[in-house]
Ligand binder design. Structure first.
Ligand code: NAD
Length: 250
C-alpha cells in the first residue's frame, strides 16, 4: 500500500468519483472535495481509503481552509486533480455576466485557487497537478462561449503551471475529455447532440468515466515522471479529425 494522497475536486460523482475509485484501486488515499455535501457523503461512505471535504473550489477562503483540513487529515498531498466543473450552454447574446462568471468561477478560478493553495504541499512530495479541461477548450463551437473559453484558459493555465512549478519538481498536465454520459453532460446534451457526437467521433461512441480516470491516474503516477505541460485529449479521436463531416464517411 502506497502512502500517496490525491486531492480530487468534484469527487461526488461522474469523472471525479471514477478517478477516486481508480486511485484507491492503485493503492492511493483520496481527499474527496465537492460542494454538494449530500452527494459527497453518499459517495464517500464505505470508502475506507477516502475522506470527504465539503467545500466550494471557487471561493478563496474555502479553498485555503480545505487545503489546511486535507493536509491536517492526511499529512501530505502527492497529486491534485482539478476536476470540479460546471457546464452552461447558451448563445453569446444570452450569456449574461452572471452566467459567464459562474462558469469562470468554478472552471478557471477554482483550478487556479486550488493549485496555488497546494503548491507548498506539492513541493514537499514533488507532486503532480492534473487539470480537467475539455475538447471544448481545444475546439470552438456554438453555445459554448463561457464553457469553451473557461476550458481553453484552463489549458493555458496548465502550461503556465508547468513552466513555473517545474523547478520545484511539480508536474502539471491537462486532460481534455470528449463526451461522457455524466450528469453534467446529460444536462446539456440533447438527443440530437448525442447523435451528432456519435457521427463525429472516430470511435463512434461516448467515453466512460473510467476511461478518463485511467489517463488522469497515469499522469499522476511515476510512469509519467518526465511528462509535464502536456494537453492530452481522451476523446475517441474527436479532436484530431479535422472537419469530420458525417458525409465524408465511407
Ligand atoms: N461529461 C463530459 O462529457 C465532459 C466532457 C469534457 C469535460 N468534462 C469535464 O470533466 C469534469 C467533470 O465533469 P463530470 O461530467 O464528471 O460532471 P458532474 O457534474 O457529474 O460532476 C461534477 C462535480 O463537480 C462538483 N462541483 C461543481 N462545481 C463545484 C465547485 N465550485 N466546488 C466544488 N465542487 C463543485 C459538482 O457538485 C459535481 O459533483 C468537469 O470539469 C467537466 O467540465 C466533462
Amino acid at each position: 500500500m502506497s502512502e500517496k494522497v490525491a486531492l480530487v475536486t468534484g469527487a461526488a460523482r461522474g469523472i471525479g468519483l471514477a478517478t477516486t475509485h481508480l486511485f484507491i484501486e492503485q493503492g492511493w488515499r483520496v481527499a474527496m472535495v465537492d460542494r454538494d455535501g449530500d452527494a459527497l457523503q453518499a459517495a464517500a461512505s464505505g470508502l475506507n481509503e477516502a475522506s470527504p471535504f465539503v467545500y466550494d473550489v471557487s471561493i478563496p477562503d474555502e479553498v485555503d481552509e480545505m487545503v489546511g483540513s486535507v493536509t491536517n487529515a492526511f499529512g501530505r498531498i502527492d497529486a491534485v486533480v482539478n476536476n470540479a466543473g460546471v457546464a452552461d450552454f447558451g448563445p453569446i447574446e444570452e450569456t449574461g455576466f452572471a452566467r459567464w462568471r459562474a462558469v469562470m468561477a468554478t472552471n478557471l478560478d477554482g483550478v487556479f485557487l486550488v493549485s496555488q493553495a497546494c503548491i507548498s504541499a506539492l513541493r514537499a512530495t514533488k507532486g503532480a497537478i492534473v487539470n480537467i479541461a475539455s475538447i471544448s477548450g481545444l475546439r470552438a463551437s456554438t453555445l459554448r462561449v463561457a464553457y469553451g473559453t473557461s476550458k481553453a484558459a484552463c489549458i493555458h493555465l496548465t502550461k503556465q503551471q508547468a513552466a513555473e512549478l517545474g523547478e520545484y519538481g511539480i508536474r502539471a498536465n491537462c486532460v481534455c475529455p470528449g463526451p461522457v454520459r455524466t450528469k453534467l453532460a446529460m444536462a446539456v446534451h440533447t438527443p440530437d447532440i448525442i447523435a451528432s457526437y456519435h457521427d463525429a467521433i472516430p470511435l463512434n461512441r461516448y467515453g466512460s468515466e473510467r476511461e478518463i480516470a485511467e489517463v488522469i491516474t497515469f499522469l499522476c503516477s511515476e510512469k509519467a515522471s518526465y511528462v509535464t505541460g502536456q494537453i492530452i485529449a481522451s476523446d475517441g479521436g474527436f479532436e484530431s479529425t479535422g472537419v469530420g463531416l458525417p458525409a465524408l464517411r465511407t
